[in-house]
Design a protein around this ligand. Structure first.
Ligand SMILES: [Zn+2]
Length: 598
């Protein structure tokens, strides 16, 4: 009898221990808001949710996060505010490289505020707060090591400035205008952009800036448009425009406007949605008023309403329109994801750019092609008319038309998803053929076979580099981890606008572009158009832009990801955009908020 009781006690204990082991499982640090405030993926969904902000118990540390007033803490330890920010600059960088995207264990304490729960954090078996105190960058349970003062001395020697991205003005660290500005970051003075202006309140006797040349910000931008044969190719630069607008005053938008203004007979528009684009919309209205026939194909899905609120305006203008609603009952997550316009059966506008303020203003990084070709227009019209007749997604028939078109001495081949299975049938072969380099500026990469092809290329000695958008960088499906583990350099962009291209550049020879993201859905489900251009002029043009962007994104973002709405994503806290789709905009977003801890 006693044995049975003992067995039950042991069994209960065993279950309890198992439960403890499971509850002690590791969680990923998604974001370092400041050294003592971390966002941790407690529910393992790879998304930063509400209630996933964790305060580090017993830890006091400085930060260069200007949204957080540090006066109290600085006063407590008798440190000048300016020096506190400098020490915070060192501390932030240390903690980001230590914890970002790493797995940690948590032990929650009883303390909590409305903003965070307190926990002790363990990384590699070590107490993180203790470690930070040991290296002299934090104060743990009111104790700090001798190294703290060494670091403070080191910090005091740093030459740092506050740069306000919105006004492009720079300030001293002690300037209250700088300290209070919302869209500002602390950077090395030598890295200030050449065209930034000194704040007149704190720079009475300028110039005070370092003469040392900037490593990052002064790289001259490469050309943003190029023509080859009858194709015009445009790019937009996320590092320039930090806020979207509806003005249509850049070259890309003006060129689209110009084409629409010249329309005489027909406008066939296939768009994912129609956002706020009043200038282009007015041009379409004028065209319809002068007798141009508008036909429209668009996507219907639940969540796009917020981003494409004006789709109905276009439906009202169109003589005939069709959405993929009819088949939506069967395939709720299949998209009509094209963004092309055919004008008078002879001009095709296509690429990655959506017809919205974030696309047309040049806020997002996109590409657009304007192609003058009756033959290419005919191929696009055939695809368009299938969708107009209600055939979407896998209901479409494969086009039997010629797919490869000569223009001058160069060639472009055009494919459609899902019927052409373009990643498996075309892109992997193309990557397999690479000899020197494969550059991928893209919103995301989740396609497994494409990922493997990139890894194989790297193993053959080909230089493989990717610049991906921050939004999807942490998602479970993202290939970032696998690519980085294979030694491939993947940088995550740190600007407010999205890296929205879906492109591959190979060996100064090929450019792949279009509407398709490099995912299974892009290849197998959605309606998409993809162009493979065999033209050194375009490839070199695009490669130059990629190199320029690569240099502008700090090296550390080849190891860690960036929160798409937060102080490290330049411009994202003042662009009026919900960059990370969490329903919170700018100062409402945790990443941009004042911490309520102190
Ligand atoms: Zn100032």
């Amino acid at each position: 009898m006693k044995k049975i009781t003992l067995f039950f006690i042991l069994a209960t204990l065993f279950v309890f221990v198992c439960f403890r082991v499971i509850s002690d499982s590791k969680k990923m640090v998604m974001n370092v808001l400041q050294p003592d405030l971390l966002q941790i993926d407690l529910n393992n969904n790879r998304v930063i949710d509400d209630n996933e902000t964790v305060c580090v118990a017993g830890l006091e540390a400085f930060t260069s996060n200007l949204l957080l007033s540090q006066e109290l803490l600085a006063n407590k330890y008798n440190i000048k505010l300016e020096d506190a920010i400098k020490l915070g600059f060192i501390t932030d960088n240390y903690v980001e490289s230590l914890l970002q995207n790493q797995m940690v264990k948590l032990k929650f304490t009883k303390k909590h505020t409305p903003y965070c729960r307190y926990a002790e954090i363990f990384y590699n078996g070590e107490n993180y707060a203790q470690k930070l105190a040991d290296v002299g960058l934090g104060i743990y349970n009111s104790r700090k090591s001798q190294k703290f003062y060494q670091n403070l001395e080191r910090a005091q020697k740093l030459k740092l400035s506050i740069l306000n991205h919105r006004s492009n003005k720079y300030h001293n660290l002690s300037c209250e205008y700088g300290l209070l500005s919302h869209d500002a970051v602390v950077i090395y003075t030598k890295d200030l952009p050449k065209n930034s202006k000194p704040c007149k309140f704190c720079h009475l006797s300028f110039p005070q800036r370092e003469s040392a040349k900037s490593k990052i910000s002064n790289i001259p931008p490469p050309p943003m448009e190029v023509t080859s044969g009858n194709i015009k190719f445009f790019l937009t630069d996320i590092t320039v425009k930090l806020k979207p607008d509806k003005k249509c005053d850049n070259n890309v938008c003006k060129s689209i406007l110009n084409e629409i203004n010249q329309a005489q007979h027909s406008l066939d528009i296939a768009v994912y949605g129609w956002g706020s684009a009043p200038v282009i919309e007015k041009a379409i209205k004028n065209a319809v008023n002068r007798g141009v026939k508008l036909r429209l194909v668009f996507d219907t899905s639940d969540r796009k309403e917020d981003y494409y609120p004006n789709t109905q305006n276009l439906v009202d203008l169109a003589e005939i329109s069709s959405s993929d609603k009819s088949v939506k009952s069967a395939h709720t997550n299949y998209l009509m994801h094209n963004k092309f316009i055919i004008i008078d059966n002879k001009t095709v506008l296509t690429g990655s750019m959506n017809y919205s303020s974030t696309g047309l203003s040049g806020f997002n990084a996109n590409n657009l092609l304007i192609i003058k070709s009756d033959d290419i227009a005919r191929l696009y019209t055939e695809e368009f008319e299938q969708m107009l007749s209600g055939k979407f997604h896998n209901d479409k028939a494969i086009s039997l038309q010629n797919r490869t078109f000569d223009y001058g001495t160069n060639k472009v081949s055009i494919f459609f998803s899902p019927q052409d299975r373009v990643i498996s049938n075309q892109l992997i072969t193309l990557v397999n053929s690479s000899k020197k380099y494969v550059y991928v500026p893209s919103f995301l990469v989740t396609h497994e076979e494409l990922t493997n092809a990139l890894i194989r290329a790297r193993k053959r000695g080909v230089i493989v580099k990717l610049i991906l958008d921050a939004t999807n960088a942490n998602s479970k499906r993202s290939a970032i981890k696998k690519l980085r583990n294979s030694g491939i350099s993947v940088k995550v962009e740190n600007y407010a606008g999205k890296m929205h291209s879906k492109s591959i550049i190979i060996d100064d020879k090929y450019v792949v572009t279009g509407s398709m993201n490099f995912s299974n859905s892009g290849e197998m489900k959605n309606d998409e158009n993809i162009l493979i251009i065999d033209d050194p002029k375009f490839a070199i043009f695009y490669r130059n832009f990629f190199d320029y962007l690569w240099k502008k994104i700090p090296e550390k973002y080849s190891k860690q990801n960036v929160r798409s709405e937060g102080r490290n994503s330049i411009g994202s806290c003042s662009d009026g955009i919900d960059n990370n789709f969490d329903g919170k905009i700018d100062s409402e977003d945790e990443g941009c908020k004042f911490s309520a801890k102190r």
